[in-house]
Design a protein around this ligand. Structure first.
Ligand code: ATP
Ligand code: MG
Length: 396
């Protein structure tokens, strides 16, 4: 029934020069999101608006789902397009539109008609069109009534090359189009938190790369596949993700062998951060992203995070830092990662975890323990870099 979608976006922070960057990026992100949808679309900017227009038949539900995950979209309106064949034909089209948009049982709302003319050669002015269409609707559907101040439904008529009719707005996710705010490296595990953290940063317009540390044979191929699946779901919102899969087994065993066991997690996390930064520099990322939240586990106390952070030279973004677990679960449910995250495959961090990890690590003592790694750690880090596998993960 609808031939196009009118896309509404927020305008805060997109004044001046930034505006066309924002709009052009949004146009290309809408195009990308619609690519896997059954049907052909052209996306274009017109008079400060963005339209996605269908070229023939398409799958409406798939298109709605795709647009619902494009950051930068505040809402979108399914639009009926008709040729301009005179007022009489327009009135009939609006009456038909109301019939299919609102089932008979619901056709008792208050409404107003808002008309805009993008071309001034139309024989009636906007007010005349609105008044005349309003009258025709009242004749056709006597249970309707007009309320120009607080209508339940606003029927928009826009007179352009073709005439646009729309009344319904489907909410979008908001945020900023991905690609308007630089890129960052997500430390992506198989848990609930890090996919949600990636989603939140991507929502601010940041393009996402990712690293995953695995420890074969202690962690299985299924655990790795789970992380790839999670990356794919995040890519639905963030666009294609470059995922580096890093073999961490040797380093973990070496730390296990040489350092006090209550410090394992914290020392391991410091080496994860260093390796993540290495790949972040290669990918020209401007920061790291983790799913940490204060106090959630021993390695996420303020003291632990300070000790972990000490090795980082890049900013570390922790968008969930002040969230309770339930708040994070709610995000994971909303974005569709939860079901995958709770699959019970082992994580590399949990395998070598101590019974009683330190919760208030002392930096001096950690430095001292790390001197025991001096002999081989640089070569092992280099090997982890050299043997990393990089794949491109895309939503399809
Ligand atoms: P998550 O639910 O994201 O796994 P978590 O509650 O299990 O987090 P930790 O295991 O302490 O917490 O990990 C904290 C953060 O470190 C994760 O959110 C993630 O960003 C990163 N991280 C942990 N393990 C890995 C891993 N194997 N590969 C990549 N990043 C990891
Ligand atoms: Mg985890």
């Amino acid at each position: 029934m609808y031939q196009a979608f009118l896309i509404k976006y927020g305008e805060i922070g997109v004044k001046g020069k930034n505006r066309h960057i924002f709009e052009d990026t949004l146009v290309s992100q809408v195009g990308n999101a619609l690519k896997p949808v059954d049907g052909e679309f052209t996306v274009r900017k017109e008079n400060g608006r963005i339209y996605a227009q269908a070229q023939g038949d398409y799958d409406y539900d798939e298109a709605v789902e795709a647009l619902s995950s494009v950051f930068g979209i505040v809402g979108f309106c399914p639009v009926v397009l008709i040729e301009d064949e005179g007022f009489e034909k327009l009135a009939e089209a609006v009456i038909d539109y109301a019939a299919s948009e609102f089932p008979q049982s619901e056709r008792s709302f208050t409404f107003k008609v808002v008309t805009r003319r993008a071309r001034k050669n139309y024989p009636m002015d906007s007010m005349e069109v609105s008044a005349a269409i309003g009258e025709r609707l009242l004749d056709a559907y006597p249970a309707l009534s007009v309320d120009v101040h607080n209508p339940q439904v606003t029927i928009h008529i826009e007179i352009r090359n073709k005439i646009n009719i729309y009344s319904k707005t489907i909410p979008g996710p908001g945020g900023m189009p991905v690609g308007t705010a630089g890129r960052a490296m997500l430390l992506l595990s198989g848990g609930i938190d890090s996919p949600a953290a990636g989603y939140m940063i991507a929502k601010r317009g940041v393009k996402i790369d990712a690293v995953y540390f695995h420890a074969p044979p202690y962690t299985s191929d299924r655990a790795k596949q789970k992380v790839i699946d999670l990356a794919r779901i995040v890519a639905k919102y963030a666009g294609p993700i470059r995922l580096h899969i890093i073999n961490f087994t040797q380093i973990q065993l070496y730390i296990y062998d040489k350092c006090p066991h209550d410090q394992l997690t914290i020392i391991m996390r410091r080496y994860m951060m260093k390796l993540a930064e290495h790949f972040a520099r290669e990918d020209e990322d401007l920061g790291l992203i983790t799913g940490e939240s204060i106090g959630q586990v021993a390695s996420q106390t303020m003291q632990s995070m300070a000790v972990t952070n000490e090795v980082c030279t890049m900013p570390v973004y922790r968008p969930l830092v002040g969230f309770d677990k339930q708040d994070i679960v709610d995000i994971a449910l909303k974005i569709g990662t939860y079901e995958t995250s709770i699959l019970p495959y082992e994580d590399c961090c949990t395998i070598f975890v101590a019974k009683h990890p330190v919760t208030k690590p002392n930096l001096k003592s950690i430095h001292k323990s790390e001197t025991h790694l001096a002999e081989k750690i640089d070569a092992m880090m280099q090997e982890a870099v050299d043997t990393a596998e990089t794949i491109r993960v895309e939503y399809s």
